[in-house]
Design a protein around this ligand. Structure first.
Ligand code: HGY
Ligand code: MN
Ligand code: MN
Length: 382
């Protein structure tokens, strides 16, 4: 297993070089480097006897074993955030291929979802939404056609009726397992998340000649609100709220900002508390803008409730249990197919960053836990 674990890590590090940006890992929905990822993983899949295809949503699919038998799905995402690490998403796909290499006595489909992070269009989970038969937006279908795939074949991307269970290996992306000194965990629920795009519209003007009392400074309004977002979340147990992206226009040092676009990401394992926080934070933006004669507009990009994992499958993993504060494709798949997740420790608790990493011994432990899960599953889902 240690040799296989080393190959898994080496493969993830090799794939991290497939990027839209030289010198850092950025791979978004159906971008050119995705073809290289499909090629390298497809070659490994074919070498162990899997049938390999790319579906109309750009998901990489590999089927091992009898296509008519009850099937386990092992999946995660192939895309990344900008300047990402080498393991978020891709580790789950490569571990799925490694599980197939161990020649389990059951059918296994590995799915590399084409997009989970939501970077290209501002909303996430395109690959797993297509996999679960959800319709895709026109601009996504245009991107699919531009990539050379056929949007009219999207219905065929839906999971097969033989699918009986879904397992997603993923790095924890936080500090919990390291603080407990344990390598792995089984996920019992995934926190809900709300994503918004807010537009603060003021009045651009000359930075030198415009007195402070006459300004309608969109960035000053957004900055005041961002401070309130941080202090609000810091005061709410279990809540996280982030303004991760900011677009300022005209974005010149000697011009008062006329318009700012700001993202908002709010998460909590309890849906009621998450929705209350969203309402409070939008109200706070409205109050700040009213006081500053700034126009405010906002659109919701995601309203993803918290999702419990399948208790039987989580139990079957026989590991420490925890809730995931990060979102995952499993939250899209779980309402359709009994699902669970297996977390690997994140050294330093770092993710969405080039320093993201895994320990070889933890990858080895994940392979062993995955093999135990598959043989235990065989007794339950046939
Ligand atoms: O943002 C998330 O929770 C995940 O990493 N996509
Ligand atoms: Mn991520
Ligand atoms: Mn991820």
């Amino acid at each position: 297993m240690r040799e296989l674990a080393q190959r898994v890590i080496a493969c993830c590090r090799e794939l991290a070089d497939f990027s839209e940006e030289p010198g850092r890992t950025t791979r978004t929905f159906l971008s050119p480097p995705m073809r290289d990822v499909h090629r390298v993983l497809g070659t490994w899949m074919e070498s162990i006897g899997m049938r390999v295809w790319v579906d109309a949503a750009g998901n990489l699919r590999g089927l091992y074993g009898d296509p008519t038998a009850p099937r386990l799905i092992i999946g995660s995402h192939l895309d990344t955030v900008p300047n990402a690490g080498a393991f978020d998403g891709i580790l789950g796909v490569v571990l799925g291929i490694a599980m197939a290499e161990l020649q389990p006595r059951r059918s296994l489909e590995v799915v590399g979802f084409s997009e989970e992070e939501g970077v290209r269009f501002g909303f996430p989970f395109i690959g797993s939404l297509a996999f679960t038969g959800c319709p895709l937006l026109p601009q996504v279908k245009e991107a699919i056609a531009a990539y050379g795939l056929n949007p009219s074949e999207l219905p065929a991307a839906r999971y097969a009726p033989e699918c009986v269970a879904y397992l997603e290996f993923h790095i924890e992306q936080g500090p919990v397992l390291e603080s407990l000194g344990i390598p792995l965990a089984a996920v019992d629920a995934i926190a809900g998340q709300s994503r918004f795009l807010l537009t603060f519209k003021g009045k651009a003007n000359h930075a030198g000649t415009t007195p402070m009392r006459l300004r309608q400074d969109a960035l000053a309004a957004a900055a005041q609100w961002i401070g309130e977002v941080e202090s609000y979340a810091a005061g709410c147990d279990g809540l996280v709220a982030t303004v991760g992206s900011l677009k300022v226009s005209p974005n010149a040092g000697n011009v008062i900002p006329g318009e700012v676009q700001a993202s908002l990401d709010v998460r909590h394992s309890d849906n009621v508390q998450r929705l209350r926080a969203v309402q409070d934070l939008l109200t706070s933006a409205e109050k700040i803008c009213a006081a500053r004669r700034i126009e405010l507009a906002y659109e919701q990009r995601l309203d993803q409730p918290a999702v419990p994992m399948n208790n039987d499958l989580t139990q079957l993993l026989g590991l420490h249990r925890m809730t995931s504060a990060a979102g995952h494709d499993a939250m899209i798949v779980a309402p359709h197919i009994p699902s669970t997740m297996l977390f690997l420790r994140s050294p330093g608790g770092i993710s969405h960053h080039p320093d993201e990493t895994v320990l070889p011994e933890d990858v080895e432990a994940a392979l062993e836990a995955g093999a135990r899960f598959i043989s235990a599953l065989g007794a339950k889902y046939v």
